[in-house]
Design a protein around this ligand. Structure first.
Ligand code: NDP
Length: 309
């Protein structure tokens, strides 16, 4: 019997219990899933941040901690965690992110806001360029960035991506390194941030980075709030150098009511809804990792603690 401790909080338990039980049965796992296993008995931990578990030292039998979240910045530096940590790569979550990024890219590409603002009877024709003439930059070419970049390339956008390592993705010009970043920024009329938050990526989009963007560029940030220097972004928006920012993630969430992003004419706030882990597909990912652990196979989606993601 494999004991799986569900340590992702009562609200998630209500959503995940049935899908996890179904996924374990489908994977042929003889698993006892509970939010109440004693620490010394748990073989695996299903984890989410802010659910109360911060000290992993008593979990002496635990073979892996399996996160329901893709972003692991709040746990990756936890010194008590010595077990392998797997992050969530969920097909359902990826689909959601692709839809959010494609939708907001098309909003700005087609200038849909302009149409909405001019419904007074004046026949003013603004012809948008074709996607083939629009440069989109995607910072981060992991599970989410690659899926988004591929979809944008399928829509014919001229997509340039940036990652830590070298990438070869058909239809996408891939860059790495500081010079590569500058090259992506210089041409990105629409810039999508899908980087994890690490000591290296924190404040990556600062005054200098923003100054490299073409005038009027649009920023979409479904990555993490602290990738951007808020003050530098506000200054760039106020001057018109950045035309619009559509922001899903923030340094403080919920975004405080007094924050200048709210109500800013060039900012769209979405409340961290770009992509949610979907219980049915995510439960299968968790089950597959437990199956692999029991079979002595390497875990999927392991976090590199040194790199921070
Ligand atoms: P991955 O770990 O799969 O991909 C991260 C990408 O970022 C990789 O391409 C990696 O490069 C690149 N990267 C990391 N550090 C650097 C660096 N220093 N310089 C250049 N590139 C770097 O993550 P996902 O795609 O699954 O998720 C990305 C982020 O999206 C998450 O960390 C999370 O913050 C956010 N997210 C937001 C959600 C929302 O609802 N708003 C939902 C889910 C996730 P390489 O490939 O070379 O390793």
């Amino acid at each position: 019997m494999i004991r799986v401790l569900f340590a992702a909080g009562p609200q998630n338990w209500a959503e995940y219990e049935a899908p996890l039980r179904a996924a374990f049965a489908e994977a042929g796992l003889d698993a006892d899933l509970s939010p109440d296993h004693a620490p010394g008995q748990a073989d695996y931990i299903v984890y989410a941040p802010k659910a109360g578990l911060e000290d992993f030292r008593p979990f002496t039998r635990c073979k892996a901690v399996l996160s329901l979240w893709a972003g692991v910045e709040t746990i990756v530096g936890n010194q008590t965690l010595i077990q392998p940590l797997a992050r969530m790569v969920d097909p359902g979550l990826t689909e959601g992110m692709v839809e959010w990024v494609a939708g907001h890219t098309l909003r700005h590409h087609l200038n849909i806001d302009h149409c909405l603002a001019h419904q007074s009877g004046a026949w003013v024709r603004h012809i948008p360029p074709l996607a083939r003439d629009r440069h989109v930059g995607v910072l981060g070419l992991g599970a989410l960035g690659t899926a988004c970049a591929r979809t944008l390339a399928m829509l014919n956008f001229r997509v340039t991506g940036w990652a830590r390592g070298r990438k070869d993705i058909p239809g996408i010009e891939c860059q790495s390194g500081r010079d590569g970043l500058d090259a992506v920024l210089r041409r990105s009329e629409i810039l999508v941030l899908l980087l994890p938050l690490t000591p290296v990526t924190r404040n990556l989009i600062d005054e200098r980075a923003l100054s490299l963007l073409p005038r009027g560029a649009v920023i979409l940030n479904p990555g993490r709030g602290a990738l951007i220097d808020d003050d530098a972004l506000l200054a760039a928006l106020d001057s018109g150098h950045v035309g619009h920012a559509t922001l899903d993630v923030f340094r403080t969430e919920p975004l405080p009511p007094e924050h200048p992003f709210w109500g800013h004419p060039r900012v769209t706030v979405t409340p961290h809804i770009a992509a949610e882990t979907r219980p049915d597909s995510a439960a299968r990912v968790i089950a597959e990792n437990i199956r692999r652990g029991e079979a002595g196979l390497p875990f999927l989606h392991l976090v590199d603690r040194g790199a921070g993601y």
